[in-house]
Each structure stands twice: as structure tokens, then as C-alpha cells.
Design a protein around this ligand. Structure first.
Ligand SMILES: [Zn+2]
Length: 240
């Protein structure tokens, strides 16, 4: 009993599977829109944590420098007083040298402090920008998730319908054809579980096949697989 009609059903099944694949790709693309935004938010979240840590450190540094600067100012004031009251040249020289050292330290401290304050300002402004983005995109994400969910559901409805059609077609296949298709499909679902013999080769994996295999296959009376890729070989007559 030739299997031609069953093979024809398989060809239709494979074409429906390709339609399913397109819907699955749409789903993947839709879901990637959500993933993309989520990824962006996670990235910003991490940057925010780092920035906050950095500003805490900077804040500590700034306070330390401010206090060191205050101490230097006090020391300079005291040294200035002493200088005015200095009686010997030696004493004056020592105090002047001390004052000069401290003034050098003071200006270095001031420079570093200004640097840190500028840095802090930049970081605080970045924190504000990122916080704004995270807040704004939270709403966007919810809307997007809802929109994507709607699209995915619609795609899944179509997929379920196509799967139903596949099951109906499988049901009308002769049992051995059905069994063999399921076997080939387990290995090659959405990747062409069916193959044709063209110029003595499997048209999918290109392995050379002997005439002793191709002749019975083309008669439509035999069910067999490509010995290399495991796809189910179908006769050309089933394509008509
Ligand atoms: Zn093959």
C-alpha cells in the first residue's frame, strides 16, 4: 500500500511547522523588546549603586579635607602670631619656613578639595539623571510588558491553531508514516524533518545515497530515513 497520501500530509505538516516557527520568532522578538529594556535598567541600576558608593567615599574624603584645611588655617594663624612676636632672626626664619610649608600643604589641600567637590557634583548629577531614567522607564516597562504579553498571547493562539491542524493531519496519516515522522521530527523539529533524494543525495545533509535506497523510496511504498541525518525520506511524487 503506497504511502503517497500520508507523505503529502507530512509535507503540509512541515509547511505548517515553518509557519509556527515564524510565529515563535515573532514571540522571541517581542520578548526581546522587554529584555532589552530590562537589561538597560539593570545596567543603570548597577551604575547607580557604584555611583552611590563612590559619593559616600567622596563625602568622607571631603569632610576629612575640610577638617584638615581648618587645622592648617588655625596653625597658620598661630604661626603668623608667633612670627609677629618673634624676637630672634633664627626664630623668624624657622617660623617662616614652617609657614611656607603649611601654605604649600594648604594650597594642595584646597586644590584636591575643589577637585573632589567638582567630582561629587558630577556624580550627584549623574545619580539624578539615572534615578530619573529608572523612575520613568518603570512605567514604560509595565506598559511594554502588557503590550508584549498581548502580542505573545495572540501569537500563541495562532500557534495552538496550527498545532491542532498538524495533529489532525497526523491523525489521517498511516500509522507507520506517523511513527516515523515523529521520530524524525524529534531530531529535526523546525529544521526540516523531511528530506528528498536529489541526484542520489539527501537534499538536506548532502550525503550520497545508494540506488538501492532511492528506488524504493521513490516508489512511495517504503518508509526510510537518511542514514546520516536521520530525516525521513519522501518521494518526489508526494510533492505534486
Ligand atoms: Zn540526510
Amino acid at each position: 500500500m503506497p504511502y503517497i497520501e500520508s507523505f503529502q500530509s507530512l509535507i503540509e505538516i512541515q509547511s505548517i511547522q515553518n509557519q509556527i516557527l515564524k510565529h515563535l520568532e515573532v514571540i522571541k522578538e517581542e520578548e526581546s523588546r522587554v529584555d532589552h529594556l530590562k537589561g538597560q535598567r539593570e545596567e543603570k541600576d548597577e551604575i547607580l549603586i557604584t555611583l552611590k558608593d563612590e559619593t559616600v567615599l567622596l563625602e568622607g574624603n571631603i569632610l576629612k579635607q575640610e577638617s584638615a584645611l581648618e587645622k592648617r588655617d588655625n596653625s597658620l594663624e598661630t604661626a603668623g602670631k608667633h612670627l609677629r612676636n618673634a624676637s630672634t632672626e633664627k626664630e623668624m626664619n624657622a617660623l617662616e619656613s614652617e609657614i611656607s610649608t603649611w601654605e604649600g600643604e594648604k594650597s594642595a589641600l584646597e586644590e584636591s578639595l575643589i577637585n573632589d567637590l567638582d567630582n561629587q557634583e558630577v556624580k550627584l548629577s549623574e545619580i539624578q539623571t539615572i534615578t530619573g531614567f529608572l523612575k520613568g522607564s518603570e512605567e514604560t516597562l509595565k506598559e511594554l510588558e502588557l503590550e508584549v504579553k498581548g502580542h505573545v498571547n495572540a501569537e500563541n493562539v495562532k500557534i495552538e491553531d496550527l498545532k491542532g491542524r498538524i495533529n489532525n493531519l497526523l491523525d489521517i496519516c498511516q500509522e507507520p508514516v506517523k511513527r516515523s515522522f515523529v521520530e524524525a521530527n524529534n531530531r529535526h523539529e523546525f529544521n526540516s524533518p523531511l528530506a528528498l533524494i536529489e541526484a542520489d543525495r539527501c537534499n538536506k545533509c548532502q550525503i550520497h545515497l545508494p540506488t538501492s535506497l532511492s528506488q524504493p523510496i521513490e516508489s512511495g511504498k517504503v518508509i526510510d530515513f537518511c542514514p546520516h541525518c536521520g530525516r525521513l525520506l519522501i518521494p518526489h511524487s508526494a510533492l505534486a
